[in-house]
Ligand binder design. Structure first.
Ligand SMILES: Cc1cc2nc3c(=O)[nH]c(=O)nc-3n(C[C@H](O)[C@H](O)[C@H](O)COP(=O)(O)O)c2cc1C
Length: 326
């Protein structure tokens, strides 16, 4: 599959997840075979007004490329200027957020609020398209009402404005994350557009990913929550697509990935910031393992990034001991 001139090796993408798809997590996804990673949503307003924290979200390394940087905002000129800055900073793809349903974002006319205002959406799409030469994508929800007609209309508009691919999380704005994603709407969008359609929503296993590709005809799948602490899902999708049984990660694989995440977090953020992140994030990698809550409690008290290492070692030794005793 191609997005503009960018060829993707596999039809698997890591979804943008605010506070989660940081550089270390993206690197793990990438090394597991994910073809395209997205930053979390980045405020166009913050970028244009020189927020240092916002700019830090653009930090990248060559190993994770191609990289899509997702912008949110509601003002066409601000978004166009932010897109210019993002492209100048080296983003391979600029993505625009038409799907966030968080109140604060909606109040600013951003995210899925844009789906209720096709005129402003058109201004945004045309301004950003004029501003950058790199491929441009959008990520949207079903819209505000369940029929999905707003998503089909925005998809057509995006295509007319020169957008290179459209990702759809088929839940309405009011649904939040409740109920099930309506994969049939992904199929309808695919049948409506000629540009690539990326399906998203409720993929929790490699089997789901392959089912979404088959049921909807979408060009690629985007995985969000199921990839948190679990980059293996990307290699498992490739396994299934290539006719192999999906390889189940061993305990050693899981600890290898946990250590790689801790090391990358320290390397990219420095000891102090890494410590705060690791306290809350290392638990992602223990999901489903025995005594995970004790591990999370132990990690919560680390005072430096370096202190994470012996606690991971101790947890692995504890699990190995428990296994020997059974
Ligand atoms: C914690 C969290 C943060 C999210 N942040 C973003 C974001 O920054 N931009 C965006 O377009 N979608 C965001 N989403 C939506 C996801 O990208 C995705 O559309 C949604 O989780 C459905 O996919 P999934 O079932 O694979 O998780 C977020 C979702 C969650 C749970």
């Amino acid at each position: 599959m191609k997005i503009g001139a960018i060829s993707l090796a596999h039809p698997t993408l890591l979804a943008p997840l605010a506070g989660i798809t940081n550089l270390p997590l993206r690197l793990l996804a990438k090394s597991a075979g994910c073809a395209l990673v997205y930053t979390e949503m980045v405020s166009a307003n913050g970028l244009v007004h020189g927020s240092v924290k916002t700019r830090q979200l653009l930090a990248s390394v060559p190993e994770e490329r191609p990289l899509a940087v997702q912008l949110f905002g509601g003002d066409a000129d601000l978004l166009a200027e932010a897109a210019r800055q993002v492209a100048a900073a080296g983003a391979d793809i600029v993505d625009l957020n038409f799907g966030c349903a968080v109140k604060k974002i909606l109040k600013s006319g951003s995210g899925v609020a844009l789906m209720a205002d096709l005129h402003n959406s058109e201004r945004v799409l045309r301004a950003v398209r004029r501003a950058v030469a790199v491929p441009l994508t959008i990520k949207m929800r079903s819209g505000w009402e369940p029929s999905g007609s707003e998503a089909l209309a925005l998809g057509r508009l995006a295509q007319d404005c020169g957008v290179d691919a459209v990702a759809l999380h088929p839940r309405t704005a009011r649904q939040g994350f409740a109920g099930r994603a309506d994969w049939a709407l992904i199929a309808r969008l695919k049948a409506t557009l000629t540009i690539p359609v990326i399906g998203n929503g409720d993929i929790v296993s490699a089997g789901d990913a392959v089912r979404m590709l088959a049921q909807t005809g979408c060009d690629a799948v985007m995985i969000g929550r199921a990839a948190i602490g679990n980059p293996f899902i990307f290699s498992q999708v490739i396994d299934v697509l290539e006719g192999r049984a999906p390889q189940i990660p061993t305990s050693a694989d899981r600890f290898r990935v946990m250590r790689a995440y801790a090391a990358a977090t320290v390397a990219h953020l420095g000891e102090t910031s890494a410590c705060c992140m690791l306290r809350s994030q290392l638990g992602w990698f223990a999901k489903g393992l025995p005594q995970a809550s004790q591990f999370r409690a132990a990690i919560h008290t680390i005072a430096s990034g370096d202190e994470a290492r012996p606690r991971i070692d101790a947890y692995e030794a504890l699990l190995a001991q428990a296994e020997r005793n059974t």
